[in-house]
Design a protein around this ligand. Sequence first.
Ligand code: DOR
Length: 404
Amino acid sequence: MSGLADLERDAAQHGWLVSPGFIDLHAHLREPGFEESETIATGARAALAGGFTTICAMPNTEPAIDSPGLVAEVIARGAAARAARVLPIAAITRGRLGKELADLVELAAAGAVAFSDDGAPVSDGQLFRNALEYARASGRPIFEHSQDLALTADGVMHEGVVSARLGLPGMAAAAEETAIARDLSLARLAGGRLHLSHVSTAGGVELVRRAKSDGLAITAEVTPHHLALTDEWVAGSRAFAWEDGGDRATPYETSTKVNPPLRTASDVRACWAGLMDGTIDAIATDHAPHASTRKDVEFQEAAFGISGFETAVPLLLAGVAAGWGTWDRVVEALTTGPARVLGITLPENDRVVIDPNAAWTCDAAALVSLGKNTPLLGRALIGRVVACAVDGELRFDLTRIAAS
Ligand code: DOR
C-alpha cells in the first residue's frame, strides 16, 4: 500500500472498514518523567496501531505540563515521532496540585487544546469556578476528572457486592455522581466549556443527559473498557458485560485496576445507552500504560490504569456484535464527536482501515505500546486496525509489519 487512494482501493477489495482517522481525547504518554512506561513516540505509534490518528496527551507527567515551554516541547516531540498527531492538554493548576491556577490563556496560546488535572479532580470549588472562567477566556475546554476524593479514600475498585466478596476497599458510584453534579452546577454558574472525562456510572450518564436537556453546553466521554468490562473482572471473570460464564483468570489481577473503576453490567449498559442517544459525545481510551514495576505488586499497591489504544476497536466491535450499539454511532464518537469537543474540523486526509473479522491474540509482543497492562492480555480478539494514514501519508501498515 502507498497513498490514500491505494489504501482505499485495497480496503474495498478486502471488504475492510474505512473511516476518518480516530481522535482520542484522553491519552497518557508519560513523557517527561515516566519514559519506562511510555514515551511520546512509542505512544503515538501505539495510537496508530489502535486507529487513532490524533491523540490528546494528558499533562500528568513529571514535571506536569503547566508551562508554555513544556506545551511546546510536547508538540515538538509529537511532530518528531511522525506517527499519530499529538495535541497537548495542559494542567489546570500549577503542578496539578489543585492550589493555584496555571496561566491558562498563555498555555492556550502555546498550543494547549484543553486543560485538565486528570488523575485528580480540582476539588476546590472556587478554584474550579475560576478555571472555567479562564478557560472560557482562552477558548479551550476544561476536561474534568470528576471524583470526590474523600468518598473514594483508599478505594481500589468499584464499591459493591464484588468488592465486598473480595474484601477490597471500594469506590462508590456516588463519588463520581456527586462530583459530576458539582461540576455541572459550577459550569452553569461560570460558563466555559466543560467536558467530563471517563463517565462510568449509570447515575453519571443520567446527570449528563438531564443537564444537556436543560440546555447546558457540556460534553462527555466514555472509555472502551467501561463499555465492555465489569467489576467481576477484578474477581477473575473474563466475560464481557453482555456475556455469561466464559473463561476465568486469577482474581486480584492488577491489570483490572483502573480509575474510574470497572463498574457493573448495568453501568456498562447505561454507558452504551448514553452513547447511542447522544448523551455521550466521544469514546476516549484513557490509555494509561504502566511499566511492570508499577503493576507487578499487590492489588492495593498497584497503579491505576489500562493500556487502551490497541484494544479499543475489538472491544467496541464486540459490543456492536452483541447488539449494544451501532458501528456508525461508535465511529461518530471516535471522529466527529471528539472533533466537536475540541472545536476542530476533522483532518481531511486521515484514515483508518479496519479488518472487522481479523482474529489476533493480544499478547505482549503484539502490542506496540510499552504498556502491556491490559486484562485482555493473552486473549483472542476479533477486529484489528490494518492501516492508518495521517495527512495523506501511510504511517501504519500492519501488512508491512507482519511481513518484516
Ligand atoms: O486509571 C487511571 N490511570 N485513571 C486516571 O485517572 C489516571 C490514569 C494514569 O495516569 O495512569
